[in-house]
Design a protein around this ligand. Structure first.
Ligand code: FES
Length: 87
């Protein structure tokens, strides 16, 4: 499990092991646009302000992955306990 911190509202949203980040956000009323939900299209990409994503998509370039400035919340998770996202 990990947490998402929404930078604009300072809200902290827990993401349970069986849940995607998109689902966890939806559960608290925050809608992220998605299309493929499999890490292929890039529709859901969110800027990451702090923390280390566990990239599980096939969309980001190796450089984007290494930079850790964005992640795909439809399928990716976090290696750090918290990710701060620009929401
Ligand atoms: Fe397609 Fe997330 S919805 S990559």
């Amino acid at each position: 499990p990990f947490e998402l911190e929404l930078a604009h509202s300072r809200r902290v949203v827990p993401v349970a092991p069986g849940q995607t980040a998109v689902q966890a956000l939806a559960a608290v009323g925050v809608t992220v646009p998605v299309s493929c939900e499999q890490g292929i299209c890039g529709t859901c990409v969110l800027p990451v302000l702090a923390g280390e994503p566990d990239h599980r998509d096939q969309y980001l370039t190796p450089q984007e992955r290494a930079d850790n400035r964005c992640f795909t919340p439809c399928c990716s998770r976090a290696k750090s306990t918290r990710l701060v996202v620009a929401l």
